[in-house]
Design a protein around this ligand. Structure first.
Ligand SMILES: [Zn+2]
Length: 165
């Protein structure tokens, strides 16, 4: 993806208040991020463990989502596959992320949720740059196709959050 500055990121959030956006802990050292290896930038807030963020270029504009992360008890976990990159994890490496919808729907408490890689490092998992030793059963796609699938999934989620309902 094309690089984003700290100001781009700070002003990109679409589903939280300006006050909340100000409180976001930005990734340190944005200038060292390897943008070419990313379809989106995702991180957990180091100061607020239940918060996470996702920023990407969507229809030519930086769009940021504020997410709530919860770790469901293993017994109630319905899936250990990431909804973005389709990586299959041990249950401790998957978390439930929910996003308030943008606009009036979100203010009314309407959210969208999905199971994702706990560390939001989907872009590295599809490239097998993280934990390449973990076997991925039934995965026959090439890296390029996995990247395309990840892009489709993440943009669909962002479009759903932005959709007027
Ligand atoms: Zn993932």
């Amino acid at each position: 993806m094309d690089p984003l500055s700290q100001d781009d990121i700070r002003s990109s959030f679409v589903n939280c208040s300006k006050g909340e956006a100000k409180g976001v802990t930005l990734p340190a050292r944005v200038e060292t991020i390897q943008w070419a290896d990313l379809e989106f930038l995702g991180w957990r807030d180091p100061k607020a463990p239940g918060r996470a963020y996702l920023v990407l270029w969507h229809d030519g504009t930086p769009v940021g989502l504020s997410l709530r992360a919860t770790t469901p008890p293993t017994s109630s976990l319905r899936s250990s596959m990431c909804g973005f990159c389709m990586t299959v994890h041990g249950t401790s490496d998957i978390a439930m992320f929910s996003a308030r919808r943008a606009g009036a729907a979100g203010k009314a408490g309407n959210t969208l949720g999905t199971y994702l890689c706990r560390d939001l490092s989907c872009c590295l998992y599809v490239r097998r740059k993280l934990r390449p030793e973990v076997p991925q059963p039934n995965e026959t796609l090439s890296v390029e196709d996995r990247i395309a699938r990840l892009e489709t999934n993440v943009h669909r989620f962002v479009a759903d959050v932005l959709a007027k309902v």
